[in-house]
Design a protein around this ligand. Structure first.
Ligand code: MN
Length: 297
């Protein structure tokens, strides 16, 4: 990883330091990539994201100042050797976060979302799930196992018993046949990367119509972005969103819902190029903080 000079700067734009019980936003990392079959590296993301968070100003792109947003960073929660065995202990720790706080979770591969979503469903039993990803991760079995990244959402739905009709997938473009069948059979709303590009406002409208007025957790796989904008990821998938389009989509949806958290997964620092993927993740995180906090304080 390239060396950078962050002298005089504090992590999380200087916003961290609130107590666990009094935080508006609780951050935690899940440094696990044992479910990544194609290539590993996402376990290094929490540390790289945290380090570079010092370079982010505590101000949104529209000039809204985030000072006053109380952030607490729990540090990393390690699921141990396998997520199949370890997701419950991580979910337990996250479930203890006061329900008034929002969660920002740093993956890890996408199977870390099993722990995150399990905790969020305990904290907010009526929540909806917005899964932003090039892949639905809905295989029952993929690449030699049932706890590999291609199965991440399928396992998350199983362990939480969330009704798939409460799920929206945005940015999809790579599917296994069984995933398409599962989506059609269960009533998941799929808005593909092509639809988002062809009709951004209509797509945002369709997604936010489904989620309007509800609590929403966003699970953001960085591979939803085009590899031009986020090359540092396990499986680059051509034809994706720009970071700009993703921010517009999130803004449109968040303005009509009650966000309860965000997890950003599959950032893979060893495959990144000048940290642009890590900084894309940080932009999403800081703008999400603005979207969920400005106007509600
Ligand atoms: Mn994924």
């Amino acid at each position: 990883m390239n060396q950078v000079n962050l002298d005089g700067l504090q992590p999380w734009g200087g916003l961290a330091g609130a107590s666990f019980d009094a935080a508006d936003m609780v951050v935690a990392g899940i440094p696990y990539d044992g479910s990544a079959v194609y290539r590993k590296g996402a376990a290094q993301a929490p540390q790289r994201i945290r380090t570079l968070s010092a370079a982010m100003p505590p101000v949104t792109e529209d000039g809204q100042v985030l000072q006053g947003l109380r952030v607490h960073d729990m540090g990393d929660l390690n699921p141990g050797p396998t997520i199949a065995e370890g997701w419950q202990s991580v979910a337990e720790r996250l479930s203890a976060v006061p329900v008034t706080s929002l969660l920002t979770i740093l993956g890890g591969d996408h199977c870390t979302a099993i722990a995150t979503i399990a905790a969020q469903v305990r904290r907010h039993p009526d929540m909806q799930l917005l899964w932003v990803d090039a892949h639905p991760d809905l295989c029952d079995f993929s690449r030699g196992g049932r706890w590999t990244c291609g199965c991440a959402m399928r396992r998350a739905l199983e362990v939480t018993a969330i009704d798939p009709a409460r799920v929206v997938i945005a940015g999809g473009r790579d599917y296994d046949p069984e995933e398409v069948e599962f989506i059609r059979a269960t009533g998941i709303l799929l808005v593909s990367a092509r639809e988002l590009a062809a009709d951004p406002s209509g797509s945002a409208q369709a997604i936010s119509d489904r989620l309007a007025g509800k609590k929403v957790h966003v699970s953001f796989d960085i591979d939803a972005l085009d590899p031009a904008f986020a090359p540092g990821t396990e499986i680059p998938s051509a034809g994706g969103m720009s970071t700009r389009q993703a921010l517009e989509l999130l803004g449109a949806v968040m303005s009509r819902t009650s966000p309860v958290g965000l997890d950003v997964v599959e950032v893979s620092p060893p495959f990144d190029n000048g940290d642009i993927t890590t900084f894309a993740a940080l932009k999403l995180i800081f703008e999400f903080w603005g979207m969920s906090w400005i106007g509600k304080r």
